[in-house]
Design a protein around this ligand. Structure first.
Ligand code: PLP
Length: 393
């Protein structure tokens, strides 16, 4: 009889989004005429920008003629896109070579697949509240998890210490769900800690494009020594609206080695074994994001979401509740009023004000008593939700 991976039975059921959808469905059945204001979604609502659409169309046309047709693409990404991304980093002061950059079909795929590089006996540190995939992907592999809870006292940006030593360190900044962003000083501490302990940081930069403050790091490679301890996982999903188009990139510097092995070379071997690359058409669309026209287009969309964030933050300021995020992030992480539990606030907002958010406890126990708002919806809905939120005063 085949022996299955029994670690799957150690996974905790994720009730978060299921429970939300069940509660929303029940509410809608009882109140079919009520409009709902969805501030819970992590998906974008604006379409791809013109530069990307043009590039996609033109790439489709390329596939129609023998001279410009592309079959299998290089497994680690097309040179044109790897070079474009390395150049993009260069404009932000980070020197990479095209071979340090791997094109992927999104951050989720990479966050799971990248674990192939590490032995199953290695431990993984997860800062909580956390994006659920970090924990689950490691539970599936049977790894020991080191939980590091965070809270208001450290602004949801905990620092390393001897108690939280682990081999793989997940850092997500700007963070999902809290919207908190590590500053240079704090991020440098994590880099120094990783180098001192021989750990590897998996830096999830899915929301880097939402950072406006030039003092905040958008890439971990802005920190001294990161090139010897960090892998950066990026995505065009939120940056450029590619949630349904699927494209991301992962940086593994050739200077990153452990036990005499190069993680970059291992990843080349992994990719050439396990994938046949991302489609030519999508990579052309992705390359357009990095052109001046593309950058203008995506910035306009990001401005739209950030305006939504400002509208919500104005309301929360008026109510006087503590929150983090929103400024350099599409998420706002708010403390619930009067010591309410996360799900209590969810029920209240849904039933009384028709607002849907995400209960913080769904991202880990230390998220209890907090609530996440996403700013990826329409401005009209955000304005109405913000007005209704004022009733929490
Ligand atoms: N990492 C974080 C922190 C996310 O919030 C998400 C998506 O919501 C992802 C990764 C996955 O992004 P992608 O769409 O590129 O798979």
């Amino acid at each position: 009889m085949v022996k299955l991976n029994e670690h799957y039975s150690e996974l905790k059921d994720s009730y978060l989004f299921y429970n939300i959808s069940q509660k929303v469905k029940a509410y809608q059945e009882k109140n079919p005429d009520k409009k709902l204001y969805r501030m819970g979604i992590g998906d974008v609502s604006l379409p791809l920008c013109d530069a990307v659409i043009k590039a996609l169309h033109s790439a489709v046309d390329d596939q129609s003629a023998k001279e410009s047709f592309h079959g299998y693409m290089p497994e680690c990404g097309s040179p044109f896109l790897r070079e474009t991304i390395a150049d993009f980093y260069y404009t932000r002061g980070v020197k990479l070579s095209a071979e340090d950059v791997f094109v992927s079909s999104g951050a989720s795929d990479e966050l799971g697949d990248i674990l192939d590089l590490f032995d199953r006996s290695s431990s993984a540190l997860v800062i909580e509240p956390a994006y659920p995939a970090y924990l689950d992907a490691n539970v599936m592999a049977g790894r020991k998890i080191v939980h590091l809870p965070s809270g208001i006292d450290n602004g949801f940006l905990p620092l390393p210490d001897e108690k939280v030593k682990a081999d793989i360190l997940y850092i997500c900044s700007p963070n999902n769900p809290t919207g908190a962003v590590f500053d240079r000083e704090k991020l440098q501490k994590w880099v120094d800690f990783a180098n001192a302990n021989g750990s590897v940081i998996l830096f999830d930069a899915a929301y880097e494009a939402f950072i406006d403050d030039p003092k905040l790091p958008r890439s971990i490679y802005e920190m001294d020594g990161a090139e010897t301890c960090a892998i950066e996982i990026c995505s065009l999903s939120k940056t450029a609206g590619f949630t349904g188009t699927r494209l991301g990139y992962t940086v593994i510097p050739r200077t990153l080695t452990r036990n005499g092995m190069s993680l970059n070379s291992m990843w080349v071997r992994n990719r050439t074994t396990k994938t046949n690359g991302v489609s030519y058409i999508i990579q052309r669309g992705g390359a357009a994001v990095f052109t001046p026209e593309g950058q203008n287009g995506i910035k306009e969309n990001i401005r739209y979401y950030k305006n939504n964030a400002r509208i919500l933050m104005d309301s929360i300021d008026k109510i006087g509740l503590w929150y983090t995020g929103g400024k350099n992030s599409p998420y706002i992480w708010m403390k619930t009023p009067s010591g309410m539990k996360s799900w209590e606030l969810f029920d209240l907002l849904l039933n009384d004000y028709q607002i849907i958010g995400t209960p913080g406890v769904g991202f880990g126990e230390c998220g209890e008593g907090f609530f996440r708002f996403s700013t990826f919806g329409s401005t009209e809905d955000t304005e109405e939700a913000a007005k209704r939120l004022l009733k929490l005063r």
